[in-house]
Design a protein around this ligand. Sequence first.
Ligand SMILES: Cc1cc2nc3c(=O)[nH]c(=O)nc-3n(C[C@H](O)[C@H](O)[C@H](O)COP(=O)(O)OP(=O)(O)OC[C@H]3O[C@@H](n4cnc5c(N)ncnc54)[C@H](O)[C@@H]3O)c2cc1C
Length: 603
Amino acid sequence: MISKAADGFYHPKSEAELIALVQGARQNGVQLRVRGAAHSVSYAVYTNPAPGVPDVVSQQTPPPGSAMNVMLDLYRDVVAFDKTTGVITAEAGIHLGPDPLDPTGTATLETSLLYKLQQAGFCLDDLGGITHQTVSGFLSTGSSGGSIKYGIESNIVGFRIIDGTGTPFDVRRDDPDPSKFWAALVSMGALGVISTVTLRAVPTFNIVGQEAITTIADCKVDLFGPGSATQPSLEQFLAQTDYTRLYWWPQRGAERVVVWQANRVAATPGFQPKEYEEFGEAPLVEELLIAIFYTIVGNLGDLGVGKQKLKVAFDRAREIAAQQATGESPLSEDGITRIGAIFQAFVAELPVVGKAIEKIIEGIEDLTIDALEFVVFAAVDLITPFASGIQKAMPQIMKAVIPIFVSLDSEKSGAQKGQPQHFQDYSYRGLPMDNQADDILVGTGFTEIWVPLSRTRQVMCLLRDYIAQAPTDAEALSRSGIYTWELYASKPNSGWMSMSYSNGNDEWKDGVFRVDVFWYATFAGNPVSDFYEQFWQLLRKNGVPFRLHWGKYQPNAAGGDPEEWTPFFRSQYEKWDQFLALRAQKDPGNVFLTDYWRQRLGV
Ligand SMILES: Cc1cc2nc3c(=O)[nH]c(=O)nc-3n(C[C@H](O)[C@H](O)[C@H](O)COP(=O)(O)OP(=O)(O)OC[C@H]3O[C@@H](n4cnc5c(N)ncnc54)[C@H](O)[C@@H]3O)c2cc1C
C-alpha cells in the first residue's frame, strides 16, 4: 500500500494502488473517502472531522488522524477515446474544467475533460455553473446545470467502482438489468470508490444568450404569477428555455432579478465568441468589493476576526493579480469610487465616521491592492466602535448597497440603457457562466432545495410571502439574508438517489425547480441553524415535497435528529431502501460510511 503524503492525502497512480488502499482501510478498520475538488461541504467529502471543526465548502486539507483521505490528482488520464462516436473513458480524478484551487496546481485547462472533448469536436449536454469539479465528484452528489431540456446524466454510459472489499465492479446503462447503474449514478461515495467513468459526448455546439437585470415588475418572466400570453410564468420559462438560471435578490425594498438565458446553436466555422461578463470589465475589483463588503457586514459581532478574513481575501487578490500579470493595475478609478460608495452606505447614519472614511478613500494615491488594503483596514477600525449601530442599520444599508452591486439595465447609460448583456460562446466555456467567480473572493456555501417543477409557483409565493410578512425590516432581512438566491431547473432522471429522480409517473416526472440559497463563506455563524433551517421547515410545514442537494448544506443536528429529517428525506426517495441494501452489500465493513453519511442515510 502506498503511504500517506505530507499533505495528508494518499495519491494513488493506478487502479491497483486504489484497490490496495481500500483493502488496507478495511483491514485496519479505518474510514476511507475520496475527494474531488472539495466543492461539497467538507463533512460530505472527508472522513470524520475532528470535534468542533466547522462544515465548510472548499476545505482543501483533510482531517488529521489515521483515517484515509484520497486525492486523485495522479489518476486522471483518459483511458480510451473513440473520436468518431465521442465515447470516452477517463480515470475518476479527471476534472471537468481547470480547478484554480487545486492544491497540486495540476488541474489545468489542458488536463480537463471538457477541453479534451472540445479539441475533438465534442461536449457534454449540460454543465453546472462552474466546472472546477471532478467528473466523479460532480456526479456523486447529483450535481447538474440549469436545463429541463438537457442533462449530463444522458451522457453517462457507465462506471467502474471499487467496492468496500477492494473488488472492482462495472455498471452500465445498457446492462440487461441496469438497476445497479441507476443506483451508482448518484452514490455519494457510499457504494465504493469510482475508478473510471465512461461517457458518450455529443457533437459540440455553441450557445447564444443574454442576461437581463431588472426589477421584479419589469422582469420578462412572471416570477410569482400564472404567466400570460406575453409573459411566461417562471415554470413555463424554465421549461421552454434551453439553459437558464436566475439570481433573485429578495431583500425588502431592493428586490431585483438577474435572468441569464441561452440557447444552443450549431458550431460553425468562423464562429466569433463574445464572452459573458459576470463581474463587468474589472472582475477582480468587483469580486474584491464583494469580499470586503460581505466580510465586514458578516462579522460585525467581531471585526477583529473580520479583519483576519479580509486579509485572506486581499492575499488572494494579490495572487490573482500576479497570475494575470498584465502590467496594468488590477484596480481602477471606478472600482475605488464604488468601494467608497459602499463605505458611505455603511455610515450614512453616522456622519462623523462617514466624513473620516471619505477622507481616507480620497487619500488613495496609487491604485494598488496594498494601498486599498491599508485603506480598508483603516476604515474597518473606524467602523468598529459603531458595529452594533451598523447592525441595526443593515436593512437601510442593504437597500443602498444592492443597487450598487446589481445595477439595473435601466440605469445603464447611452445606447446600452435598458439593454440586456448579449453574449455567445463555445458550450464548454459559455455554459458554466459562474467560472469567473473566484472560489475564495466570492466563496459561497449553499443549501439547494429541489421540488417538482409543477410546484414552482407555489414555492416562489411561499418564499416571497414569508419574507413580506415579516413584521419589521430587520426580521425581513433575517429571512431573506443579505446575499442572493439562485433559481434554476433540471430534467428528471432515473438515478435512485438523484434529487431529480422520477419513476415517470410521479409528481417529479416533468423535472425539478431548484432554489439555491447562498451563504457567503466568511459570514460568522452556522448557516444550518442560523439561516437554512427556516426554509426547510417552511416547505415541510406547507406540505411541499422536497429533496436537498447532496453536496450542499443539509440539516445536521449533532447528537441526533430531533426534527426527524432523515425519515422525511427517506420518504422523498422511492429507492432509498434499495440503495441502502446495495450499500450494505457493497461496503460490508462500512469503510466509506462516515458519521455524516450514517446520519444522512439513517444507517
Ligand atoms: C462555487 C460552486 C458552484 C457550484 N455549482 C453547482 C451547480 O451549478 N450545480 C450543481 O448541481 N452543483 C453545484 N455545486 C456543487 C458541486 O457541484 C458539488 O458539491 C460537487 O459534488 C463537487 O464536486 P467535486 O469534484 O468538488 O467533489 P467533492 O465535493 O470533492 O466530492 C463530492 C462527493 O463525491 C465523493 N467522491 C468524489 N470523488 C469520488 C470517487 N472517485 N469515488 C467515490 N466518491 C467520490 C466525495 O467523497 C464526496 O462525497 C457548486 C459548488 C460550488 C462550491
